[in-house]
Design a protein around this ligand. Structure first.
Ligand SMILES: O=C(O)[C@H](O)[C@@H](O)[C@H](O)[C@H](O)COP(=O)(O)O
Length: 310
């Protein structure tokens, strides 16, 4: 991923040098195109700086020795948030990813949490889902049901799976409409600063390529601004057909836990957590767009942080 090391500043300087050359050769078309490019790159650099400023102070990075330690700490973090949100609002809306996250939730299935959490008040949603039958081994719903949901007394009616009879387009549209209805009914809150639903907690994993949910590099879905849920038919991670929350909906959450363990993700963790002053990359990884209105807490083990020393 060496292209990721180009900085906007470098490109900008090259642009300026090229412009000066173009001026001296009096080629009008080249001057106009280069001038436009220089303006675009300058605007891009400023956007980058603002992004990092607005994220300041909201990010908590927790580094643990082992995946087991991550699981222990994550369970306490979730149990505390469950108690807080149930006390404040009478319920706790939780959004699950697929992948290794479900196994990392295993400490919630043990005392004290299995008895102390008021599971009847939980509402479960899926951050992304593979468009396969819910009983298929690739289904995130099945993964969550087998590994977690079937072992806690969350009412079935509070678990909001996708409609697996629909095409990716229709399934995304259907899930979005159902979320909007829940906001209208008052079951889900609306984010104060945007029109999107304000989930209490989103539990995110991250792939080695820096993807979160089913928002991948080089796919336009990651730039979606208005939809709550979108779809993808050519996911680089199989299976190819998926639906996914968009970044505006993800970033309207009160709390986001980014749970990343294992060495495969170390390079992406290093890029995502680099110093704000070095945020000069032209093509940020999808994970770099995670910037909630609330708090973002990273849960990392020593393998995931093997490239990150801060
Ligand atoms: O449907 C999916 O594939 C997941 O929701 C996906 O976004 C996952 O969270 C990451 O790929 C991390 O997966 P791992 O934890 O298995 O690395």
């Amino acid at each position: 991923m060496s292209f990721l090391n180009f900085s906007s500043g470098d490109i900008y300087k090259s642009g300026v040098a090229f412009w000066v050359n173009a001026l001296s050769s009096s080629n009008v078309a080249v001057i106009v195109v280069t001038f436009a490019l220089a303006i675009m790159i300058t605007v891009r650099s400023i956007t980058s700086l603002q992004k990092w400023k607005s994220e300041k102070g909201k990010v908590n990075v927790l580094k643990f020795h082992s995946e087991e330690d991550v699981a222990v700490s994550l369970a306490k973090y979730i149990a505390d948030l469950s108690a807080k949100f149930i006390k404040e609002n009478g319920c706790f809306s939780v959004v699950l990813s697929g992948g290794t996250l479900i196994d990392t939730l295993r400490k919630l299935l043990e005392p004290p949490y299995i008895h102390s959490i008021d599971w009847s008040k939980w509402l479960i949603f899926f951050l992304d889902e593979r468009v396969v039958p819910l009983s298929h081994p690739d289904s995130n719903y099945k993964l969550a049901l087998d590994g977690f949901l079937s072992k806690v007394p969350i009412p079935k009616s509070s678990i909001h799976a996708i409609n697996d009879k629909l095409s990716p387009e229709d399934a995304a549209h259907d899930y979005e409409s159902r979320l909007k209805q829940l906001v209208e009914k008052g079951t889900l809150r609306k984010s104060g600063s945007s029109k999107f639903a304000n989930f209490d907690l989103m539990l995110l994993g991250m792939g080695p390529d820096g993807h979160v949910a089913s928002l991948f590099c080089w796919h336009f879905e990651r730039f979606e601004k208005t939809r709550w849920v979108t779809f993808i038919k050519d996911s680089p991670k199989p299976p190819s057909q998926r639906i996914t929350f968009t970044f505006p909906l993800i970033n309207a959450a009160s709390e986001i836990a980014m749970v990343v363990t294992g060495e495969d993700a170390a390079d992406a963790v290093k890029i995502a957590l680099r110093k704000p002053s070095s945020s000069s990359c032209c093509f940020p990884l999808p994970v770099e767009k995670v910037s909630p209105i609330g708090n973002l807490t990273w849960f990392l083990d020593s393998h995931a942080t093997s490239g990150y020393h801060r």
